[in-house]
Design a protein around this ligand. Structure first.
Ligand code: 5MM
Length: 354
């Protein structure tokens, strides 16, 4: 069983590929649509997801897609379940299985991610729908006094219980402890908190008997708070992030796939590239599992209009290509300058082929 899970894990971090996080819940995607005046309906969300999933050529850079519950139950315009539609292109279907970050009882504004009740049965059902991996996101905020030990340990425990259940149900768990960028803290504080959170998460994974060889870690990069008066340089971010991971992420984990966390899309690519270019040991494949940093430009280009579907796909293809290059340390500014259309096979095709 573990051998199968390990081969799925390896496929997800196959050299030069990363993961598309398209698992926004309906309220989150609706918020993103609202900012562009796009009407959010079951059909408009389906069309948007199909636009991304069918971008010609993107499968060369995207190994897996994380879907939300609504999406994995939807079909392509040609009538094929979207999980099967992805598999047909060589992209592994994944599913977000947490039910969201909820207020942590007794805390001052911290949260704990819920979703363990009934999870075994939900995982089994998602596996039957074609999912091959899953994702659970914990959210940790930084202030002068937070996170509290109670918040860190409750979230680590839940992540580990989730991961153990996933492996039992033949799904590879992506473990996502996100330390938020919000705040004015310096990069050193982010490194300290991220290190403590990772330490707690890996201890919990050990206690719950989770096989690290069949697990992916989806952490934040170590950055200064978004309101910090002294933003860190690219080299500082890369150095602090790699140092933190070397200290706290066991070598048995095959891959580290970063979240973008609200970084500007080009900055998320630049940071990933800089981390991969640093010298010294990197026992894991280091790649991406971006949501906003892969989708923002595509959403903007599409704007909810059918006539823009191809433009949306080109924008997505371009960011996927740049991030895939960054996962190998091969990203350059020139790649941004190259018009996406020049590189994209979409130029020669319709907006999708079912
Ligand atoms: C895609 O956004 C996911 C969150 O959706 P909900 O808030 O609706 O649950 C999120 O878990 C995402 O997968 C990760 O945070 C990575 O996305 P970013 O945008 O940080 O790269």
């Amino acid at each position: 069983m573990n051998q199968h899970l390990e081969s799925v894990t390896a496929a997800l971090v196959d050299g030069g590929k990363g993961i598309l996080a398209a698992d926004e819940t309906v309220p989150t995607l609706t918020k993103r649509f609202d900012t562009l005046g796009i009407q959010s309906t079951e059909e408009s969300r389906r069309t948007y997801r199909e636009m991304l999933f069918s971008a010609a050529g993107a499968a060369a850079f995207i190994s897996g897609v994380i879907m939300a519950d609504e999406t994995i139950r939807q079909k392509s315009s040609g009538g094929m379940p979207l999980a099967e539609f992805l598999l047909n292109q060589g992209i592994l279907p994944g599913i977000k299985v947490d039910t969201g970050a909820k207020p942590l009882a007794g805390s001052s504004g911290e949260s704990v991610t819920e979703g363990l009740d009934g999870l075994r049965d939900r995982l089994s059902a998602y596996h039957d729908m074609g999912a091959r991996f899953a994702k659970w996101r914990a959210v940790i905020a930084i202030t002068d006094t937070l996170p509290s030990p109670a918040c860190v340990s409750a979230n680590a425990h839940a992540l580990a219980r989730y991961a153990a259940l996933c492996q039992e149900q033949h799904l590879v768990p992506i473990v996502e402890p996100e330390v938020l960028m919000n705040g004015s803290h310096a990069i050193g504080r982010c490194e300290e908190v991220t290190g403590a959170v990772l330490h707690s998460v890996f201890r919990a994974l050990f206690e719950q008997g989770v096989s690290l060889e069949a697990t992916l870690l989806k952490p934040n990069m170590v950055v200064a708070g978004a309101e910090c008066p002294h933003p860190a340089t690219v080299q500082e971010v890369a150095t602090a992030t790699l140092r933190c991971l070397r200290r706290h992420a066991p070598a048995a984990v095959p891959g580290i796939v970063f979240l973008s966390g609200g970084q500007d899309d080009r900055m998320a690519t630049t940071h990933l590239n800089a981390i991969n270019r640093l010298p010294g040991s990197k026992p894991w494949t280091i790649s991406f599992s971006y949501g906003r940093a892969l989708q923002d430009a595509a959403l903007e280009a599409w704007h909810g209009r059918n006539e823009n579907l191809k433009a949306g796909q080109q924008a997505f293809y371009h960011r996927a290509r740049c991030n895939a290059a960054a996962s190998l340390g091969n990203y350059t500014d020139e790649m941004e300058a190259e018009a996406a259309d020049a590189a994209s096979p979409l130029h020669r095709q319709g907006w999708h082929d079912d």
